[in-house]
Design a protein around this ligand. Structure first.
Ligand SMILES: Cc1ncc(COP(=O)(O)O)c(C=O)c1O
Length: 361
């Protein structure tokens, strides 16, 4: 492929890459469009300035203060989480990579229910493991019986469950998570990158952690917190998982600037998460508009909507881009994914979509 002696498992693979093309409305990477609150920006300046004074020293390798703040944040949900149960890294991608280094790897297998987050297969391969596609129903939900049967047959070392799922948007019910957990001797990783956007009455897998030492819940500050540029992801699990992860984490992986910025952001949790209601309102507006355009969508617990019914989704993607609206073609025939953002972005998207449907048919 490249003429380089690259490991064979990378033959024919493409790197992760949402196109970073210029567009008036960038609705393709599920970011939060709202600017950070002024008070947070001021505090960030002070906190980063203070942290800079110590940049001649390595950061706290164990990120204890940050993990304490993250545990306090998670505990607000009603499920008590201790700092010893929490681990943090540079984005939840690094969390997933560390988990894969520890539990997947050469000679091991990870199962994920595709379509799902495209980095799960890539990270599994990058850490030397084999990724196997799990089954989903035609409506993109997971059939618990079929999934359990597949787990029993395959005996994977890692089972990825993305809830709410990306790119389809729907949360996975906890009965399915527990059924998978009971069917496997491996680790079940519930990737909850979008958990804060879930519709009311959608419990987190955090509520399942007690008594399940092979269950891991992964979260991020990139989405609801609106801090994608910060690169801060974290997990909650049994303290033994956190201890074992120390074997694979690079020393001082989380810079003191990242730790300081994340702690400052967490001190502004109320203000940051205040945008969640606005975003989910726009998500629901997008869903509600689809039938009027002759289109359909998948129920969403996230800050995006998978919408479709297209004969030629790539042509609609291009027609939207021609009108300044960048959405994501996730490679599912007939479907596209749009990030929910501000009311103005929804207006622009729906107007462009109406025109694109008329143009492409
Ligand atoms: C399901 C899911 N998990 C994890 C991530 C990684 O997010 P980050 O590394 O920014 O925390 C994403 C990003 O889009 C995602 O969609």
């Amino acid at each position: 492929m490249t003429g380089l002696p690259v490991r064979p498992e990378f033959e024919g693979r493409s790197p992760y890459g949402a196109p970073q093309v210029p567009a008036a409305h960038r609705l393709n990477t599920n970011e939060n469009p709202y600017p950070l609150p002024d008070a947070l920006l001021a505090d960030l300046g002070a906190a980063l300035g203070a942290a800079a004074l110590d940049l001649n020293r390595y950061p706290d390798r164990d990120a204890v203060a940050l993990r304490t703040d993250l545990a306090a944040f998670l505990s607000r949900s009603g499920t008590a989480v201790t700092p010893a149960q929490v681990w943090a890294a540079n984005g939840s991608n690094e969390i997933l990579q560390q988990l894969s280094q520890l539990f997947a790897g050469a000679g091991r297998t990870a199962l994920g229910f595709t379509p799902s987050y495209s980095m799960h297969p890539l990270i599994t391969a990058a850490t030397g493991g084999t990724f196997v596609d799990g089954h989903r129903r035609a409506d993109f939900t997971i059939d618990p019986e079929a999934a359990v049967a597949q787990v029993r047959e395959l005996r994977p070392d890692v089972v990825f469950v993305t809830s709410p799922n990306n790119p389809t948007g729907t949360a996975v019910d906890l009965a399915t998570v527990t059924a998978l957990y009971e069917a496997t001797e491996g680790v079940v990783v519930v990737d909850e990158a979008y958990a804060e956007f879930a519709r009311p009455g959608t419990p987190s897998a955090l509520t399942l952690l007690a008594g399940r030492p092979r269950l891991v819940v992964s979260r991020t500050m990139s989405k609801a917190f609106g801090m994608a540029g910060l690169r801060l992801g974290y997990l909650a699990a049994d303290p033994a998982v956190v201890d074992a992860l120390q074997l694979v984490r690079l020393p001082y992986h989380l810079s003191s600037l990242t730790q300081a910025a994340a702690r400052t952001a967490l001190a502004h949790t109320e203000a940051l998460l205040a945008t969640v209601d606005a975003v989910t309102h726009e998500r629901d507006r997008i869903v509600a508009a689809m039938p009027g355009l002759g289109l359909t969508s998948v129920p969403s617990d996230a800050n995006f909507v998978l919408f479709g019914g297209f004969a030629d989704a790539p042509a609609v993607w291009q027609a939207l881009l021609d009108r300044g609206v960048l959405v994501r073609d996730v490679g599912l025939p007939g479907w596209l994914r749009v990030t929910a953002g501000t009311p103005a972005e929804t207006d622009a998207f729906l107007t462009a979509l109406g025109e694109a449907v008329d143009q492409v048919g």
